[in-house]
Structures are given as structure tokens and as C-alpha cells.
Write a protein that binds this ligand. Structure first.
Ligand code: 13P
Length: 246
């Protein structure tokens, strides 16, 4: 709130199952009302038309359909169906091309099976589907990295120069700041960060519990844990340059 950044509240199907769709929507609505900031409620890595429609009915303003594991033409066909229905209801759609490695929600994609997106295919995908944002695999992965990711900036540049929709970089956790800045310069317009928040929260809880074995009130460890996560989010807002954009 203090940094005046617009906010995309991204929720995976696993998180939705955990929190319940009604609570998820109510939280986003309360956050938008209380902050007065533009807050999008976005489904991350939606797996089907049905899930996307369920989210739209519940009040999501944006959905991702991740058809990247389907053959290219099938991914286009399925994404197009969702774009048609979502746009009719004023909801934006993110598509995905190429596979992003790593583990998210216990779904694992081996690094060697993660294929980079081909620029020509990404451009045709955008033209045929009309998505509002396009996630392309450019070398990042979900989860923390053992070393540094190898980001293919040339792919981002080629696609960004040809399409007006923002390019989405998944797997933002653990990417060195300089690489994030270079990706933004190359044309990335949305960056997903999840694991770094989870790590900050869990490490803080571990510290508090290790220091005091008698703690039983969850607020005693959740309050500092939440603060730690807020610090991560603030640092990302400043790094991405979305402060004072709301
Ligand atoms: P990280 O967990 O690596 O930050 O990735 C988040 C993500 O891309 C969600 O779609």
C-alpha cells in the first residue's frame, strides 16, 4: 500500500483448493477495497476450460490457461476457446508457450524436459489466440535455483518487438536482480514470484519456534512471518519498478 503499486494476486489451483474459492475472492475484494489500489485476481496455471470458467464466475479478473504440455496447435485451439469466453465477460487471459521447469504445487517438470519457446511460434500463438499476456519459457524455472538461470534475452526481445501484449516471466524467485532488470529491458511486463515469499515466511516461523519452545499462539510466529514476506514483496515492487504506478 505504501509503495502505491498495482498488484496481481495470483492463485494456483492448489492454493485455491487450500483456501477455498469464496475466501480467495473475498480476500482480494477486501484488499482492493481497503487499499484503494488496482488489484487483479488472477488464476495461475489454469489447467482447463472448466477451472477458468469457475474462477471467472467467482469473480476473478484474469485467468491463465497453461496449455503448454499440449501439442502446439492444440494449445492454440484450447487457449482460443478460453479467450473467447473470458473476453465476453471482460476477463483477461494469459497463455503459455514452451515449458517452464521446476516444481510448483508438487507438479514437477524436469529441467531437461523444459523446452524454450520459439519466437515465431510465440508470435503466431499471440496472433491466433488474442491472449492479453504471454508466458514464454526463456530459461527460468519454478522454485529456487541451484546456480543461476540461463535467461535467453534474445527470445524475449524478438517476441516483445512483435506483439503488444506483455511477456510474462515465470520462476522469478532467486533470479539475480541484474537479470530481472535485463529481462524487463528486453520486454518482460509481468514477473511471477512465489517461492521466495514461502521461504521468507517459513524461515521466520522456524526461527521463532527454535528460539521459544513454549510458543503456542499462532499470531506470535505468523506476525513476524508475514512481515518477512511483506519485505520480500516490497523489494520486488522496487526492483520491478511498479511503485507509484497505481
Ligand atoms: P517461483 O516460485 O520460482 O517464484 O515461480 C512462481 C511462478 O512462476 C508462478 O507461476
Amino acid at each position: 500500500m505504501e509503495l502505491k503499486s498495482p498488484f496481481i494476486y495470483g492463485v494456483s489451483e492448489g492454493a485455491l483448493k487450500y483456501m477455498g474459492i469464496e475466501f480467495t475472492v473475498a480476500m482480494a475484494e477486501a484488499a482492493a477495497k481497503k487499499s484503494g489500489l488496482p488489484i487483479a485476481l488472477h488464476l495461475d496455471h489454469g489447467s482447463s476450460f472448466d477451472v477458468a470458467m469457475k474462477c471467472i464466475r467467482a469473480g476473478f479478473s484474469s485467468v491463465m490457461f497453461d496449455g503448454s504440455h499440449h501439442p502446439y496447435e492444440e494449445n492454440i485451439r484450447l487457449t482460443k476457446e478460453i479467450v473467447k469466453a473470458a473476453h465476453a465477460m471482460g476477463v483477461s487471459v494469459e497463455g503459455e508457450l514452451g515449458t517452464i521447469g521446476g516444481v510448483e504445487d508438487d507438479i514437477s517438470v524436469e529441467e531437461e524436459n523444459a523446452n524454450l519457446a520459439k519466437p515465431e511460434e510465440a508470435i503466431r500463438f499471440y496472433e491466433e489466440t488474442g491472449v492479453d499476456a504471454l508466458a514464454i519459457a526463456v530459461g527460468t524455472a519454478h522454485g529456487m535455483y541451484a546456480g543461476e538461470p540461463n535467461i535467453h534475452y534474445d527470445i524475449i526481445e524478438k517476441v516483445a518487438a512483435a506483439i503488444p501484449a506483455p511477456i510474462v516471466l515465470h520462476g522469478g524467485s532467486g533470479v539475480p536482480d541484474e537479470m530481472i532488470k535485463k529481462s524487463i529491458q528486453a520486454g518482460v511486463g509481468k514477473i511471477n514470484v512465489n517461492t521466495e515469499n514461502q521461504v521468507a515466511m517459513t524461515e521466520t516461523i522456524r526461527e521463532v519456534l527454535a528460539k521459544d519452545a513454549k510458543v503456542y499462539d499462532p499470531r506470535k510466529y505468523l506476525t513476524p512471518a508475514r512481515k518477512a514476506m511483506i519485505e520480500v514483496v516490497k523489494s520486488k515492487i522496487l526492483l520491478f519498478g511498479s511503485n507509484n504506478q497505481a
